[in-house]
Write a protein that binds this ligand. Structure first.
Ligand SMILES: Cc1ncc(COP(=O)(O)O)c(C=O)c1O
Length: 365
């Protein structure tokens, strides 16, 4: 078990806590990677050592998610937000339309970006009036006849909602932003044409994005696509069209090894369900705290909660910090609290948070 005497339990939504074992491994080989006398950060991205790091990371990610060969696995720079532009440019042509399920700010931003280039993009669900506390059930019947794809955000980081059962469509390809949940639960990749995730939650450092896409479902578009957003070009070049974020890819690879050593996604899912249940149960059984998200839509990654008396918010956060529980402040427009409990958060971290919350309720409220 990692030594937490110098590290806090970090509940930040992202950049977020990474496994301590991964950080220690990186620290151990920081100055001299496997006898090369240099840091991974100092290596040529065209050299053998980095190529091995890149190949192993893609291999391990394929293994973790059982990604079929017909899917490309590509690292992109530019964060998840770059994909908001890249997806419509790769998948739509002039006059085309796509269906968007607006389950929060990130989906809204993705749609706005698509709309700049393709004014016909459509909305099939808008959760704004419910404060994004609800998610739709998306079936073939929800899909517009002209939609070239359906776009969802599978886990809504800000609101703490997720699709407990992910849609399965035959009428149109499904594209999912899985930034705040990829690698936290088992997944059938073949249900999606594109899955993408910014790395800063469950994968590694921010700025790096993983894109997994079905090469057979990628349309031939007639307009030019900027090189760094071009799925075919980036895949053909094995994520090495330009100098990629090499150190971030190395860390992502260490995270994948860490996951494989711990039984892969099946085991992670079990642990994540357990951690989330512990926290939601503590909130639901308290008379001070409440969780605004209806039970069927609750995320196992981002647990949003509030206190009935908001005057105590500041005191709660101050004391939490003093007790080594960092990053619990809710998203800026949401107020309240959010505990992001990604893969790297140990059960002990959630147990410590629950004890703290109970103690606070008993003595300070
Ligand atoms: C679900 C989701 N999508 C997209 C983003 C944007 O990611 P980035 O800042 O890497 O562009 C975030 C950021 O946290 C997110 O949570």
């Amino acid at each position: 078990m990692a030594n937490f005497t110098t590290r806090v339990y970090n509940f930040n939504a992202g950049p977020a806590m990474l496994p301590t074992e991964v950080m220690e491994k990186a620290q151990g080989e920081f100055l001299n990677y496997q006898g090369t006398g240099m840091s991974v950060m100092e290596m040529s991205h065209r050299g053998k050592h980095f190529q091995d790091i890149l190949d192993k990371s893609v291999h391990d990610l394929r293994k973790l998610l059982s990604i079929p060969d017909r899917y490309g696995v590509v690292y992109f720079p530019g964060g998840a937000t770059l994909q908001f532009s890249a997806i419509p440019l790769n998948y739509l042509g002039e006059g085309d339309s796509a269906d968007f399920a607006l389950t929060g700010v990130w989906a809204v931003k993705a749609r706005e970006e698509a709309k700049k280039f393709y004014p016909n993009v459509n909305i099939i669900f808008d959760g704004k009036d419910s404060g994004y506390m609800n998610l739709p059930t998306i079936t073939d019947a929800s899909v517009s006849d002209k939609a070239k794809y359906v776009y969802i955000t599978s886990n809504n980081t800000i609101y703490g909602t997720r699709y407990s059962t992910l849609p399965k469509l035959t009428k149109a390809p499904l594209i999912a932003d899985m930034t705040s949940e990829l690698l936290s639960r088992k997944l059938n990749v073949e249900d999606f044409s594109v899955i993408f995730a910014g790395a800063q939650k469950n994968i590694g450092p921010s700025g790096l994005t993983v894109v997994i896409f079905d090469k057979e479902k990628l349309p031939q578009v007639s307009h030019p696509i900027p090189n760094l957003m071009n799925y075919i070009l980036m895949e053909k070049n094995g994520s090495l069209y330009n100098t990629p974020p090499t150190y971030s890819i190395y860390i992502a690879g260490l995270v994948y090894s860490w996951l494989l050593e711990r039984g892969g996604l099946e085991e992670m899912e079990k642990q994540n369900e357990k951690k989330a249940a512990l926290l939601y149960d503590a909130i639901d059984s308290s008379s001070l705290y409440n969780a605004p998200v209806p039970k069927p839509f609750r995320s196992t990654m981002n647990v949003v909660f509030r206190m009935k008396d908001t005057k105590l918010d500041e005191k709660f956060l101050e004391l939490a910090e003093a007790n080594g529980l960092a990053g619990l402040k809710g998203y800026r427009d949401m107020g309240g609290f959010r505990a992001s409990i990604y893969n790297a958060m140990p059960l002990a971290g959630v147990e410590t948070l629950v004890s703290f919350m109970k103690e606070f309720e008993k003595t300070k409220a």
